[in-house]
Write a protein of this length. Structure first.
Length: 113
């Protein structure tokens, strides 16, 4: 059974940092590109960052470039999102995605001013 379990969300002040984790199971993690998406209240889900299977190629939404870093540990079947210099507009539910269509349940990130 495919599972993607996000953790690490919470409430943080603007300018602060959070590190999200997504633990994967039920599939061969190292074979798939992984991504982080987010959905703000009243808005559509948007792609935040993606990482290829080997972890040597990443891409980011313009809004988070230079502030967020995606990484993965294939030995631990885990993908991470290090978020720094957080802004109030980063508030939303953050979802882990596997390229075959798997989704986690999401973790809430709230950035206060």
């Amino acid at each position: 059974q495919v599972q993607l379990v996000e953790s690490g969300g919470g409430l943080v002040q603007a300018g602060g940092s959070l590190r999200l984790s997504c633990a994967a199971s039920g599939f061969i993690f190292s074979r798939y590109r992984m991504s982080w998406y987010r959905q703000a209240p009243g808005k559509e889900r948007e792609l935040v960052a993606g990482i290829n299977r080997l972890g040597d190629n990443t891409d980011y939404a313009d809004s988070v470039k230079g502030r967020f870093t995606i990484s993965r540990d294939n030995a631990k079947n885990t993908v991470y999102l290090q978020m720094s210099s957080l802004k109030t507009e980063d508030t939303g539910v953050y979802y882990c995605n596997a390229a075959f269509g798997g989704w986690g349940q999401g973790t809430q990130v709230t950035v206060s001013s």
